[in-house]
Design a binder for this molecule. Structure first.
Ligand code: AMP
Ligand code: MG
Length: 305
């Protein structure tokens, strides 16, 4: 199944345009965002569609692997409790684990801080034929670091490095150049912002506190960061506006309704692989002879299939 193009376009941030996070819904569950399946509730619809996107994703990933030309990099960014982990788990649960790698980026280590800000992500980029998933990414460098500029002190930046808006603008520029380099060399990049509302975040934190099975997910730091909700949203607005490019677009996915969010993410990933126009490696005459020889060696019927 394919996500209607209209939906893909609606969720994409037009390069050169504003992200417009304040105007974008966090709770859109309108059934008509998903394909008509005759199901009754948005939840059924979304779950049915996620299953369908997962199957298509499994085939698309196999094609990516077999054609061995492109890598796919999926970047997930969001405020706490928006559902990054669950979305990654659900959407990728149908794909062959051999073709897929997930990396999570937390606070950088001392060793990482001794390198440029793209380095730690650059060392784990997916190779051709693979899907790489970044759970957080180099974008944290213009998000958490912007909300907490005191983090810059640990970055060993050279004397005279810019501060304030110039620093963030330079980082956006560097990110855009880095991503363009990757795309030109065969890494397709798709970036997701899972857009959760402040109310829904509160409800999810409370659910974590109330459920002994989920308490491990709660960190007191989450509460401290929640106090900066508006600043994070502004940092996201500016970063997404500056870095949604024709070569590496951002998608803003409403995150208050988990099943719908997961289905939409699945559909966008399938759409991105489709756009690569991949095909299985063509078998030339030499290859046909090679296969025929192998068939004979195995005692199989000549020219089967
Ligand atoms: P979690 O995703 O819940 O494991 O949390 C990871 C934490 O690491 C978040 O609070 C991020 O903001 C933080 N983090 C990720 N990247 C950076 C970075 N480059 N600098 C500082 N903090 C970061
Ligand atoms: Mg967390």
């Amino acid at each position: 199944m394919r996500l209607p193009k209209k939906v893909v376009r609606e969720l994409a941030v037009e390069p050169g345009g504003a992200a417009g996070l304040h105007h974008r819904s966090t709770s859109h569950t309108r059934a008509d965002w998903l394909s008509p399946t005759g199901r009754s509730t948005p939840r059924d619809l979304a779950e049915h569609d996620l299953e369908s996107f997962k199957q298509d994703l499994a085939s698309a990933q196999e094609l990516l692997y077999a054609s061995d030309r492109w890598a796919l990099l999926l970047v997930f960014q969001a405020l706490d409790a928006a559902g990054k982990d669950g979305t990654i788990k659900h959407v990728m649960s149908g794909v062959n684990p051999q073709g897929c790698q997930v990396f999570s980026f937390g606070r950088p280590s001392d060793a990482e801080l001794r390198h440029d800000f793209l380095w730690r992500c650059a060392t784990v980029l997916p190779e051709r034929g693979r899907i790489g998933i970044f759970n957080r990414s180099y974008y944290e460098e213009v998000l958490v670091v912007r909300v907490h500029p005191e983090l810059l002190a640990a970055q060993h930046l050279p004397d005279g490095a810019p501060a304030g808006p110039r620093l963030w603008n330079e980082r956006y520029e560097d990110i855009n150049a880095f991503e363009r380099h990757l795309v030109r060399n065969g890494t397709r990049i798709v970036k997701f912002f899972l857009h959760v509302s402040e109310d829904e975040q509160r409800a999810r934190f409370l659910a974590r506190l109330d459920d002994p099975g989920k308490q491990w997910k709660f960190s007191p730091a989450d509460l401290a960061e929640r106090a900066h909700f508006a600043e994070y949203l502004q940092a996201y607005e500016d970063a997404i506006t500056a870095t949604s490019t024709p070569w590496a677009p951002w998608y803003v996915v409403p995150a208050d309704h988990k099943p719908a969010m997961r289905a939409l993410v699945g559909g966008i990933v399938v759409d991105a692989i489709d756009q690569l126009g991949l095909h299985l490696p063509a078998a030339g005459p030499d290859r046909a002879a090679e296969l025929e020889a192998a068939r004979r060696a195995l005692g199989g019927a000549s020219g089967a299939r």
